[in-house]
Design a protein around this ligand. Structure first.
Ligand SMILES: [Zn+2]
Ligand SMILES: [Zn+2]
Length: 96
């Protein structure tokens, strides 16, 4: 298989990977490799990030689109903080 992006530019390069999103073949120049953190759900629906990260390969177009839409890691912590706060408030209102 040849690189989709190279072909688009009129070049020919052998694909070394496939974009995990659009399925296009990508050469070394057009492959974008990112860590892909798997998660598992712990007790009471807490989401735990699993280390080490897996590998995710995308083409330049998909990587750019995901970077634009990607949520940074912070919202996870934000969500966790909110849960923690809710939990604390819940405890305060809890009548034994
Ligand atoms: Zn290429
Ligand atoms: Zn793609």
């Amino acid at each position: 298989m040849n690189c989709f992006d190279c072909d688009h530019a009129g070049d020919v390069a052998t694909a070394i990977a496939i974009c995990s999103d659009c399925g296009a073949g990508v050469c070394a120049d057009h492959a974008v490799v990112r860590p892909h953190h798997l998660t598992r759900t712990a007790t009471i629906n807490r989401i735990i990030v699993v280390e080490p990260p897996a590998r995710l390969i995308r083409c330049v177009a998909c990587a750019t689109a995901h970077d634009a839409a990607d949520h940074p890691v912070e919202p996870h912590h934000e969500l966790f903080r909110r849960h923690a706060t809710l939990g604390a408030a819940g405890h305060g209102n809890f009548v034994m």
